[in-house]
Design a protein around this ligand. Sequence first.
Ligand code: 8YV
Length: 321
Amino acid sequence: MQSKPRLLVTRRFPGAVMERIGRDYQARHNPGDRGLTAEELGELGRGCDALLCAPGDALDARGIAALPASVRALATFSVGYDHIDVEAARTRGLAVFNTPDVLTDATAEIALLLMLGASRRAWEGQRMLRAGDWTGWTPTQLLGRGLSSKRLGILGMGRIGQAVARRARGFGVEIHYCNRNRLPAEREAGATYHAAPESLLGVSQIFSLHCPATPETQRFLDRERIALLPPDPIVINTARGAVVDDAALIEALRSGRVAAAGLDVFEDEPDVNPDYLSLPNAYLLPHLGSATVEARNAMGLLALDNLDAFFAGREPPARVV
Ligand code: 8YV
């Protein structure tokens, strides 16, 4: 009987995933539950055939160079793979797999939560209540802005962008989007296409980012682009912190140029720019996009489906490289 592949498991994944790992792989586990440095990847990866990894593991060019020669595949527990230097992996002949689709609904739900939370000042309300500062209802207390009839601009109309659009329609929102390619009419579902992001920004009373973090989208939403938004916009980011220039957004939230922001991701997370924390109009979550039992189980199982197929000589369901 062929021996089971040796797998470095870099995080503590959900129970069902860990069980399947125990059954089908010879696993080496990261004793902690935080991302591994390049040195740790090299050390713990010794003798392993593959990694089950996640954002936070240092799989940049240096981390990939530190991997032992025995490693042939990286299966990331994420749809995003900006933490992996894909070109370095390709050059080295490493296969890379991710987990698309299964977290689409969960992430779209968080985008809607952020839209509602930011526009209806949910954090300020919570804080007032919990601090015992609520002395009663008044006609002008914590007035937010409604979603109904607003124009929502979606940058990046992939699976998650489309799932956000479907949900937002239920709130009476008018959908605009910008994407590398225009969607076919049935998937566009009445949304207005903008070929240029600047044109999308100009109409976006709510602006939601759903593009991957790439060198082209790095700090996309900067001071100049914020200036293109209509008055009192709401900015939502569930994509990656790297696509927003934090300093510019903080300045705009402070001055009121941006009415509110709902953010689930940050540049340099978990080291969130402390200026966000004191802004009442920043509605903040700690990267909870895919954090449902259903999505996280499905992500882990899909990551293992990828590895199972790879080691069985079949084409994995979600290959990046
Ligand atoms: C996850 C994500 O929280 O999949 C992604 O790319 O950003 C998130 O949904 C993260 O990947 C955890 O592994």
